[in-house]
Design a protein around this ligand. Structure first.
Ligand code: AMP
Ligand code: ZN
Length: 665
């Protein structure tokens, strides 16, 4: 009985923390404390399976696999919205309404139109029961398991809610998360996603909910449907939804007339660019439910609502040329060089063309006049060609067949979007890019050596691969441009220091195509050292969690290459960590005897568990919260602000992992 109570109170507590973090954007505990509590709950639940609850916060991590999503009928139809593109159309809309309702005063709720995938979520007795995609409006796919992984979607409601209702909203992927996902894809030689909306809707259909859990999705809710709803208007509905725990954006306002609606439109037409997610317009809804009921629906959409679409900022300009960039994995990216043109506050001169298919699809040619648009992506994109302006003698673009940097015949593998140059060790941007990746922060993190210096060292014939770095001498570097004694010494020292970097990061640093940080971790953990990994066969590799055939093939190709093998032998001779070291400090000491540590945040070089183990191996103790008894706070990135304040109030020293290593070594 006691256990059940503990489980329940942990669940409530964790639900509240999720709400604070993901809905209110105001966390009150650190991520670390949250993880501790979550772990505690996970343990209790796995030891007491009789108290399993599909709506426990532990179920957020996903894991269920859905082979075929079942089709479910919506209790209430999901309608579309009529669109408008000018204020005149909105005035006409109001006139049509007044024809039905007479000349009564009308209030409107103004909301942003979030650009994602629509969803309908059913709650019963305050618990999330089912989540269904829009489908054709009458029936959609049951994607409940995937939606449950989105932390801002409440699994359990607060307050006085009706026994059963649906809530409608939009699943979106905020820019920050989208750009981060793409950055990671680009880094390992993958093709980035085209836009946040398609990525969000694609995520809903992933079969493995654990993969969905890893995507930084969010859910913005805007409409409650059901009988016996305890309010009489759309605006009250949004407020009520918030009270029950839903994320209903605060930007929504109540306008007393069309003047107010236009003010809202004008404001957001400009300020939408400051929002963290994509919007493509405004939705205007007659506020009163009585009025809504009287107005009813057309065959397709409610008469009481209308969408106003923002004019997407498009400009036209001329395509001067197409150039082709070679990335560090050899992937070729075509880039459009445009006649400079003003767009959304800056001058645009370049746009991405993505790949050969995109060029073919647009049928884009040099000297064409093209339409350019800025979305959530970092560089603008070309939407279409203005065919009316095309010259009669224009010739279709022929995609390059040879590498613009080294003239090697390009390769395009079946099923891959990008061409790539296979000249791994002879193509300058690949050589430079690979070494730049090797020294980068998330890889070997070499201090004293910048990206430009890498290029300089290569051009001057001092390095050709990353193993060469370890043989650089101060005298060799000194003659280079802008290189002083001190900076040359720092460079050499930085290179030597990188010998402390653990195997999983070395593996990532090697720059094997498709091997990103996560994959490198999995491989390191599984194979333990580079020799075992280099001998792994395809059937063996694909058994490792998250390793598919394509990654496996790439790993095998990497180790098949004799030059790679020679370079790895050289790294070995320089004592780079090419095997997992199981403990931070294998020799137990009593250096930390009697000392109590609190560990908080995310660490660069070691996992939190490793650090805790090291504290205990050396006689220290790990405390869960900061108090007057704490001796040290061992802090990584993203330590919670509350903790920081508490530690400084109590005058407890805050140390980094590097300082910690000095304490025990
Ligand atoms: P459309 O797809 O152009 O017919 O627009 C209708 C869709 O807009 C709806 O199905 C919703 O998914 C979406 N939408 C986004 N934001 C809102 C909002 N605030 N109110 C209603 N619908 C919205
Ligand atoms: Zn090349």
């Amino acid at each position: 009985m006691d256990i059940q109570k503990t489980i329940q109170s942990l669940r409530n507590e964790l639900n509240q923390h999720n709400h604070n973090y993901y809905v209110l954007d105001a966390p009150v505990i650190s991520d670390y404390e949250f993880d501790l509590k979550l772990k505690e709950l996970q343990e209790l639940e796995s030891n007491n399976p009789e108290y399993f609850d599909e709506n426990s916060p532990t179920q957020r991590v996903g894991g269920s696999i859905t082979k075929n999503f079942s089709t479910v009928a919506h209790d209430h139809r999901m309608y579309s919205l009529d669109n408008s593109y000018s204020k005149e159309e909105i005035i006409d809309w109001e006139k049509r309404i007044q024809k039905v309702l007479g000349d009564v005063p009308l209030e409107y709720t103004c909301e942003l139109k979030y650009d994602g995938a629509s969803i309908s979520i059913t709650y019963e007795d305050g618990f999330l029961k089912r989540a269904v995609t829009r489908g054709d409006g009458f029936q959609g796919d049951d994607v409940t398991n995937n939606i449950k992984t989105i932390k801002s979607v409440p699994l359990k409601l607060k307050g006085n809610f009706p026994a059963k209702f649906d809530i409608r909203g939009e699943i979106i992927l905020p820019f920050a998360g989208f750009n981060k996902m793409n950055q990671e894809l680009i880094e390992i030689g993958e093709t980035p996603y085209a836009n946040p909306r398609n990525t969000a809707s694609g995520s809903l259909k992933l079969q493995d909910s654990a993969l969905v859990a890893k995507r930084p999705l969010d859910c913005l809710l805007y409409f409650l449907v059901g009988s016996n709803l305890p309010f009489k208007s759309q605006f009250e509905g949004l407020e009520t939804a918030r009270n029950w725990g839903f994320k209903a954006p605060k930007e929504a306002t109540l306008a007393r007339d069309l003047e107010g609606v236009f003010t809202f439109i004008d404001y957001w037409d400009i300020h939408r660019h400051d929002l963290p997610y994509e919007t493509d317009g405004v939705v205007i809804k007659v506020n009163s439910f009585n009025h809504q009921d009287e107005l009813g629906y057309t065959a397709k959409s409610p008469r009481w609502a209308i969408a106003y679409k923002f004019k997407s900022e498009q400009v036209s300009t001329v395509l001067n040329s197409i150039s082709y960039q070679v990335g560090r994995t050899g992937a070729i990216t075509p880039v459009a060089n445009l006649q400079g043109v003003q767009l959304a506050g800056s001058v645009v001169k370049r746009a991405s063309l993505h790949n050969a298919d995109q060029i073919e699809k647009l049928d884009i040619r040099v000297n064409d006049t093209v339409f350019v648009e800025k979305g959530g992506e970092i560089i603008p994109k070309i939407i279409a060609v203005d065919l009316s302006k095309r010259e009669a003698d224009s010739v279709p673009t022929r995609y390059i067949t040879h590498c613009p940097e080294c003239d090697t015949l390009l390769i395009r593998n079946a099923g891959e979007a990008n061409h790539y140059c296979p000249n791994f060790y002879g193509c300058p941007p690949q050589i430079i890019g690979r070494i730049q990746h090797f020294i980068s922060r998330k890889a070997m993190d070499i201090d004293g050596l910048g990206q430009e210096t890498v290029a300089l060292l290569f051009i001057n014939g001092l390095i050709n691969n990353y193993a060469d770095l370890y043989e650089l001498k101060v005298e060799q570097i000194l003659p280079l441009e802008r290189m002083a004694q001190k900076s040359a010494e720092n460079l050499v020292a930085g290179v030597q220091n990188s010998k402390n970097i653990p195997f999983e990061r070395v593996l990532y640093a090697l720059g094997i195509r498709f091997v990103g940080e996560t994959v490198a971790k999995k491989l390191a953990k599984h194979y333990k050292d580079i020799d075992a990994l280099s001998q792994a066969t395809l059937p063996n590799l694909v058994l490792v969690d998250e390793i598919g055939e394509r990654i496996a093939q790439s790993v095998i190709e990497f180790f098949d290459n004799i030059q790679n093998r020679i370079i790895i032998e050289r790294l070995k001779s320089h004592e780079i960590q090419l095997a997992v070291i199981e403990k931070i400090n294998p020799n137990a000491t009593d250096k930390l005897a009697g000392k109590i540590f609190v560990v908080s945040g995310v660490f660069e070089k070691f996992s939190r568990d490793d650090l805790k183990k090291a504290i205990e191996d050396n006689g220290g103790k790990v405390g869960s919260s900061i108090s007057a008894k704490t001796h040290y706070v061992l802090a990584g990135d993203n330590m919670g602000p509350a903790k920081l304040e508490k530690a400084s109030k109590l005058n407890i020293p805050i140390i980094s992992e590097v300082q910690f290593m000095e304490l025990i070594n």
